[in-house]
Design a protein around this ligand. Structure first.
Ligand SMILES: [Zn+2]
Ligand SMILES: [Zn+2]
Length: 332
């Protein structure tokens, strides 16, 4: 559909008038206030034990790995298959990360890939700036991120995905209280665990994963495709357990790896491969060198990139998002 100047200004007006999500805003303000004020004040008065920091590191790593391995590579892109026990663990730890249900996360993410950088269709379009792509997109009911699950019908066939979505709120709140509380009771330091392994871990997990929507579309290199704003960034790869090779990922979203070189820091890739050796994951999808070269050559042509953008609008968004957006398709 052609977007005229009038319809564009109407779309922009709808954006500007989008109502605030007070529940989400309250959650972010509350958790950030406890992490930024409560943690240092408590630390200065009482100090922290090593167990609290170890729990922080373990839970932070587990949450980020569950988002990258499960929410992102397994469910959003179907880049491999996993045994039900792995899917259950990823769904539970994913709920601990408090980034919405698998179904909602994958729906937004497939829309992101299908319409990357489009300010009206990409839910976290980096073309709207750092703040919007990082966190702003969640704070209002923007028309680009509707509660529309039409692009994740395939995921609804997974009973673990359905169950996690149905009970998401009590599950996510319950697990975020139970895990740090349980650790605190075991180690005899409940306030410390609640502050460090609970609130601080949650806030750090949030912002490191949000960096992929913001900084990984702003800072870094574009060795694989220049058809969109996605960047490769080693520092972000370290912070997000491999997701920082975002330029490669947007060029080839169906690949279970983001850092395809053996030396590139991608613990999620190593986890998926390790589980495969144990027979717990299978059908690991990769992209051939020929296809990588074809996509790279295609993106180098300015004329081609215009064609790519135009054709992206006519593509079936879910299919393009799971297996490769228009910009990742090789020349026919
Ligand atoms: Zn992206
Ligand atoms: Zn993706």
């Amino acid at each position: 559909m052609k977007v005229t100047r009038d319809s564009k200004s109407q779309l922009e007006m709808n954006f500007q008038k989008a109502p605030l999500r007070w529940d989400i805003l309250g959650m972010f303000i509350g958790t950030t206030a406890v992490a930024v004020l409560g943690v240092p004040i408590y630390g200065l008065i009482f100090g922290f034990t090593a167990e609290a920091w170890i729990a922080f590191a373990v839970l932070f790593s587990a949450c980020n790995m569950a988002i990258t391995t499960g929410y992102h590579r397994l469910w959003s892109h179907k880049s491999f298959n996993a045994h039900w026990s792995v899917r259950l663990m990823l769904a539970l730890v994913g709920a601990l990360a408090l980034e919405n249900s698998i179904l909602k996360w994958a729906s937004d993410h497939r829309r992101h890939h299908g319409h990357v950088d489009d300010p009206y269709k990409d839910p976290y379009a980096a073309t709207r700036g750092f703040w919007f792509s990082h966190i702003g997109w969640m704070l209002r009911d923007y028309p680009s991120a509707p509660m529309d699950f039409s692009n994740v019908r395939d995921l609804n066939k997974d009973p673990i995905v359905r169950w996690q979505h149905k009970y998401y709120l009590p599950l996510a709140v319950g697990i975020n209280l139970a895990v740090p509380l349980g650790l605190g009771l075991v180690f005899g330091n409940v306030p410390e665990m609640m502050l460090v392994a609970g609130f601080l871990r949650l806030v750090v997990t949030h912002h490191t994963t949000f960096f992929i929507n913001s900084l990984a579309h702003i800072i870094g290199t574009r060795p694989w495709s220049t058809g969109n704003t996605a960047r490769d960034n080693f520092i972000l790869a370290v912070l997000t357990f491999g997701e920082g090779y975002h330029n490669y990922h947007h060029a080839h979203p169906s690949d279970y790896r983001n850092g395809i070189r053996f030396w590139q820091w991608d613990p999620s890739k190593w986890l998926i491969r390790g589980l495969s050796a144990l027979g717990l994951t299978h059908n690991l999808r990769t992209v051939s060198r020929e296809r990588q070269r074809a996509v790279r050559a295609q993106s180098k042509s300015a004329n081609q990139s215009i064609l790519i953008t135009t054709s992206a609008e006519t593509l079936d968004a879910p299919a393009a998002a799971i297996h490769g957006s228009a910009s990742s398709r090789p020349a026919a």
